[in-house]
Design a protein around this ligand. Structure first.
Ligand code: ADP
Length: 260
């Protein structure tokens, strides 16, 4: 697919990368990183693209665990870091560089300079798409990333609850304010299907993200169930898209990948 069609006015700002898209959420804990990881793997495996994954969640990096990458990156001759690769995706995270239990207590400018190193200080090679796992919320850092990386688009993850959707709307409006196109909303933890009896329960409600997308005139990209395997695969460092590509959930992620 021709991804450059999606690029905003001036196009992405890192040499060799065609498109940079953000996976964002207004709140933490709604499944933003899980979505970013499965989307990146789906884009690489199912869509056959050259994909990178940047963990921009400096205070809570999840990519080392979710992609099972625990080494320190090497530095190449041009003094850039070589991204670590797993499941066909090139990854970079602050978690590769600092001790896993050390608290990261940096103020904003330090976070921005770290992010600068994690983006332009990396030998990404030629990428069709760089997926950015954003920090949760709509603060200074999120705004700076959106502007400095000249994002081609942003995808918003929310659970169906009002409390999460309010923040998702805030997130969407932040991107719109800086002219980053919203690729659409995803509803995570959309429903639970009992593995024993098959009954469906809407633990956090259902359909809220679709209604929010309709109200804001945004695309709704799909729903991902609350499922033990999504969590256990993440914890083991092998995303469900990789482990159970034939599952309905993996197909839902691939479907989202096809829409971005
Ligand atoms: P965020 O990046 O928004 O903070 P994470 O992706 O880290 O959220 O997810 C938070 C926790 O919820 C993780 O333990 C993850 O494995 C789990 N999780 C996320 N999505 C699902 C899902 N659809 N089903 C089950 N567990 C999920």
């Amino acid at each position: 697919r021709e991804h450059s069609a999606m690029a905003s006015k001036s196009g992405p700002s890192i040499h060799g990368i065609k498109d940079i898209i953000a996976v964002a959420s207004g709140k933490g804990g709604v499944g933003k990183s899980t979505t970013a990881v499965n989307l990146a793997v789906a884009l690489a495996k199912a869509c056959q693209l050259n994909v990178g994954l940047l963990d921009a969640d400096i205070y809570g990096p999840s990519i080392p665990l979710m992609m099972n990458l625990h080494r320190k990156p090497e530095v190449s001759e041009d003094l850039k870091m070589v991204p670590l690769e797993n499941h066909g995706v090139k990854c970079m995270s602050i978690g590769f560089l600092v001790d896993k239990d050390a608290p990261i207590v940096w103020r904003g400018p330090m976070v921005m300079s770290a992010l600068e190193k994690l983006t332009r200080g990396v030998n990404w090679g030629n990428l069709d798409i760089l997926v950015v796992d954003m920090p949760p919320g709509t603060g200074d850092v999120q705004l700076s990333i959106s502007q400095r990386l000249q994002l081609s688009g942003a995808l918003i993850v929310s659970t169906p609850q009002d409390i999460a959707l309010i923040d998702a709307r805030r997130g969407a409006n932040m991107f719109l304010k800086v002219d980053v196109p919203i690729l659409g909303l995803i509803e995570n933890m959309s429903f639970f299907k009992c593995p024993k009896c098959g009954e469906k329960s809407d633990i956090f409600g259902h359909g809220g993200a679709q209604r929010t997308a309709d109200k804001m005139n945004l695309d709704f990209l799909g729903e991902i169930p609350l499922e033990i395997q999504v969590r256990s695969c993440s914890d083991e460092g092998s995303p469900i898209v990789m482990v159970s590509p034939d599952s309905l959930t993996a197909k839902a992620y691939v479907d989202v990948a096809g829409k971005v």
